[in-house]
Structure formats: C-alpha cells, structure tokens
Design a binder for this molecule. Structure first.
Ligand SMILES: NC(=O)c1ccc[n+]([C@@H]2O[C@H](COP(=O)([O-])OP(=O)(O)OC[C@H]3O[C@@H](n4cnc5c(N)ncnc54)[C@H](OP(=O)(O)O)[C@@H]3O)[C@@H](O)[C@H]2O)c1
Length: 279
C-alpha cells in the first residue's frame, strides 16, 4: 500500500483524538486532501491551529463544523466522549461520503450503535488506543464492523501504527483488550508509586527514590524491547540462585500477583459491561 492516508477529519480532538492527530502530523506522512479537526471551544481549536496541514474548527464559531469536516474526509475519527456519540452520528450521517471509513475511539460504544446512527452499510472500525499514544508508544486494539473491508482495516491500521503498535481483535474482545492495554498504563503507574514508597521507606529522599524507580521501569522495559527476550528469561538473569532478588520474588509470588491481575482486569471488564448498559 502507498505510504499515504486519505483526508482525515477528527471530530473531537481532545486528549485522545489530539494525540493521534499530533502523531500523524509528527510522522510527516502524506495525507491526501489534508486534516480537519473539530472541537467545541475556541481555546481547544486554537491549540491545534498551528499544526502543519491542519484546519482546526471551533464549533462555537462554525456550528456546522462537524458536517463540513465529515463531508470532506476519507477517514472520520470520532473522538468525542462516549455519551455524545449518538448525537454526533445523527448530525454527520447525511454528510458522510459513501466511501468514508468511520473510526471510533469512544470506549464502550458498540458497532451496533454506529450502525443505528449511520446505517448498516457504513464502514466502521472501533479502536481502543491508550494514553502512550501521546509519545508514539500506544497499543491500539482494532475491531472492524461487517461493512468494513480488509483494505479499510489496513488503512486504519496504518493510521494507528503512526502512534504505536496495533492488535486486531473481534469486537467481543475489545472491552477485554481495554482492561489490559487500555487501563494498563494505570497499573504500571501504580506499581511505580508503590515501589517508590518502598524506597522512601528505606530512607531515600523523594527525588532519589523517584529516580531509582522510574529509571528502573524505563530501563527494564527498554531492555525488554531491545533484547527480544521473554520477560521471564530476563527476570531469571537478575535472579541468582539463593540471592537477594530470589527472596524478593518469592515474597511477590506469595502475594499471588497472577490472581490479583486476573481479578483486577475482571473488575474492569464488569465495569465496562455496566457502562455499556447505561449504568
Ligand atoms: N483518554 C484516554 O485514555 C482514552 C483511551 C481510549 C479511548 N478514549 C476515548 O476517547 C474519547 C475522548 O476522550 P478524551 O479523553 O480525549 O476526552 P477529551 O479530552 O474531553 O476530548 C473530547 C473532545 O471533544 C470535543 N467536543 C465536545 N463536543 C464536541 C462535538 N459535539 N463535536 C466535536 N468535538 C466535540 C471537546 O472539545 P471542548 O473541550 O472544546 O469541549 C474535547 O476536545 C472518549 O470517547 C474516550 O472513550 C480515551
């Protein structure tokens, strides 16, 4: 496939939509026909206005901005809050190009909701990115609707690869993926916070404790990425028989981290089902 993207419309370019938009611009990829972004307020719109090749619309100045943007785009990225999606779909449905691919990043909003708003022949792909998208290190899950072709999925994969790695899953697994990679950055930050508390508990000042822990996470994950080794193998290399690390690992394993992670992700999955049913 040619390394270019069709014209893009980001409807709702806040934290997540904005991160993807910034990734596209930073990559320098050719976007045939350019990029349009919409936000409600002038304040949000002006933050994106200086980006090369981007037309940034504030709906408070241009109330038809969403339909104007949608009408022009080969890929329409829906980046508003989940509760706002049905109204947005009603608004843009008459303006969409027949060949448009609609990509939703809205957590929990199903392909069926998109079919209700846009018709069952609309080419829709659900995406579940995570916040490291802002630094080009996202994991994004993609689930394609029935009307989307393999080519549609390939072009949307290319878009999200500009901000990190992509995993394709059936829609019934996208919420489960959200409990792993979507929420996952929060689990990692919690582990960092707790190990930092252990360091301050051993008498290190806050600054040194943070440096030790944060650089250990950054260094260990960089080693994982660079070595291509299994994490269990890298762990074994730090863990000499009868050594100090072995004692610490034994304590962590006695805390049944496997069960804790299974329960934590089950709880997240139960919550995403509640949210989908409007609770
Ligand atoms: N943040 C995450 O980690 C994450 C991860 C995966 C998926 N998501 C999904 O990403 C979506 C957006 O979340 P977010 O965290 O990026 O929220 P956000 O920062 O509040 O972004 C939403 C943006 O939509 C704009 N907006 C509001 N009404 C609009 C309308 N009618 N038309 C066009 N734009 C409108 C807002 O502009 P104003 O501020 O000017 O009102 C805001 O910039 C959600 O559906 C969420 O489920 C987020």
């Amino acid at each position: 496939m040619a390394d270019s993207l069709p014209s893009l419309a980001f409807l709702g370019a806040g934290s997540m939509g904005g991160a993807i938009l910034q990734g596209v611009v930073a990559s320098g990829i050719d976007v045939d026909g350019g990029i349009v972004a919409t936000n409600r307020t002038k304040e949000k719109a002006s933050a994106l206005a200086g980006l090369e090749g981007v037309t940034s619309i504030a709906l408070e100045e241009q109330p038809a901005g969403n339909t104007d943007a949608a009408a022009s785009a080969g890929i329409v990225i829906v980046g508003v809050k989940p509760a706002m999606v049905p109204d947005l779909l009603r608004e843009i449905a008459p303006a969409l190009r027949p060949d448009a691919i609609v990509v939703s990043v809205a957590a929990g909003v199903t392909l069926a909701t998109f079919a209700d708003g846009l018709g069952s022949d609309a080419r829709v792909i659900r995406a579940m990115p995570n916040t490291p998208a802002t630094v080009g290190k996202a994991v994004t899950g993609l689930a394609a609707g029935g009307a989307a072709s393999a080519d549609d999925l390939a072009v949307v994969r290319r878009l999200f690869e500009l901000v990190g790695a992509v995993v394709e899953v059936p829609e019934e697994q996208i919420d489960a993926l959200g409990t792993i990679s979507g929420s996952g950055p929060a689990y990692v930050f919690l582990l960092i916070e707790e190990l930092t508390k252990a360091a301050t508990g051993k008498g290190f000042n806050e600054q040194d404790a943070r440096l030790m822990v944060e650089q250990t996470f950054i260094g260990a994950t960089a080693l994982l990425a660079a070595s291509g080794e299994d994490p269990a193998e890298l762990r074994r290399r730090v863990t000499s028989p009868k050594g100090t690390t072995e004692r610490a690992i034994a304590v962590l394993q006695d805390a049944h981290l496997d069960r804790v992670f299974a329960e934590a992700t089950d709880a997240a999955l139960a919550r995403s089902r509640e949210l989908a049913s409007g609770a």
